[in-house]
Design a protein around this ligand. Structure first.
Ligand code: FES
Length: 197
C-alpha cells in the first residue's frame, strides 16, 4: 500500500512543473504582445498627429482665429474700403507652410478706433469683389452683383446675401502701434444665410 501510494505521488509530481512552465510561457507571450503594441501605438500617434494638429488648426483657420491684417494707420481714414491680403500659416495633412496668403478682406474705417471688415469673396460663387470708388459700391465682376458701402446687397444681384462681415479687434502691437486684427473665416457660397465652411 505504501509502495502504491508512494508510486502515485511520484506519478503526479511531473505535472506541476509542466503547468508552471505553461503559465510562465503564457505570461511571457502576453507581456511580449503588450510590449509590441506600445511602439505600434506610438507610431500611429505620430502618423496621425499632423491630422490632429490640422483639425485643431483647421478649426482655427476656418472657424476663426484672429489674424493681424495691418496697422490702423494703413487703413484709409476717409471711410472708403481697401482690400488687404490675409497672411497666416497654412497647414495641410503633413506640412505647415508659414506666412501664406489664405484670403482677402476689405477694411473700412468708420471711426477713430473703429474698423469694419468684409470677406472679399462674393457670396454668390466666390469671385473676389471689387470696390468702385466713384460709385462707392462693391461690384462682383463674375455675374454683376452689387453691394452698398456697408456690404448690403443691391437690387437684383445674383448674390443670395449681403457681403459677409468679419469680427474686428483693434490691438496694440509690440511697437505700441494700433493694429487691426480680423477673425478670418470662409463661408459657403450660394446660401441665403452666412454658414461657416
Ligand atoms: S460670383 Fe459674384 S456674382 Fe457670381
Amino acid at each position: 500500500m505504501n509502495d502504491q501510494e508512494s508510486t502515485g505521488e511520484a506519478a503526479a509530481e511531473p505535472d506541476i512543473p509542466q503547468r508552471r512552465n505553461f503559465f510562465a510561457g503564457l505570461v511571457t507571450i502576453i507581456l511580449g504582445a503588450i510590449a509590441g503594441l506600445v511602439p505600434i501605438g506610438a507610431g500611429l500617434a505620430v502618423l496621425f498627429d499632423p491630422l490632429r494638429r490640422r483639425n485643431q488648426d483647421g478649426r482655427n483657420q476656418s472657424g476663426g482665429d484672429f489674424v493681424r491684417i495691418t496697422t490702423l494707420k494703413m487703413v484709409n481714414a476717409d471711410g472708403l474700403p481697401q482690400r488687404f491680403p490675409v497672411i497666416k500659416d497654412r497647414v495641410d495633412h503633413f506640412s505647415r507652410f508659414p506666412e501664406m496668403p489664405v484670403g482677402m478682406v476689405y477694411l473700412r474705417q468708420t471711426g477713430p478706433d473703429e474698423v469694419v471688415a468684409f470677406q472679399a469673396d462674393c457670396p454668390h460663387l466666390g469671385c473676389k469683389v471689387d470696390f468702385l470708388p466713384q460709385r462707392e459700391q462693391f461690384s462682383c465682376p463674375c455675374h454683376a452683383s452689387y453691394f452698398e458701402l456697408d456690404g448690403t446687397r443691391i437690387g437684383a444681384s445674383p448674390s443670395p446675401r449681403s457681403l459677409d462681415t468679419l469680427d474686428v479687434e483693434i490691438r496694440t502691437g509690440d511697437a505700441g502701434e494700433a493694429e487691426v486684427w480680423v477673425r478670418f473665416e470662409e463661408f459657403k457660397t450660394g446660401e441665403a444665410t452666412k454658414i461657416s465652411k
